[in-house]
Design a protein around this ligand. Sequence first.
Ligand SMILES: [Fe+2]
Length: 135
Amino acid sequence: MLGYQWEEKYSVGVQSIDNQHKEIFRLLDNLFKALKSGQAAQTTVRIITELENYAVIHFHKEEFFFRQFNYTESPEHLQEHKQFIEKVAAIKADAKSGKLASSFELINFLKNWVDHHILVVDMKYRGCFHENGLR
Ligand SMILES: [Fe+2]
């Protein structure tokens, strides 16, 4: 699966957040499978709807803890969440209008998201969440 399975290096040290992050890998995997079997267009729209639901729940959870723990890097982090929502909405509009490239764009965007947002940006709150007793 081109190395995009969840693995230990993606762990932010908090079980419930790791579980939510695994969901993005599952959606990425579903998208690969859909592309391979030639059902990309309808599947992309369905996966994007799932992604939007995921994003609302997941971002709210992280942002709740940022407020609870007065996390200092919250503004930059929230900015990335906002950009995620905007980008996904733009890809969804393309997918709905039948643009074939939207499936590939979504895959590239999600790959970049797991490697940049989870590995770099999310990792920064690891210490803060741990100091506040979250596991
Ligand atoms: Fe995040």
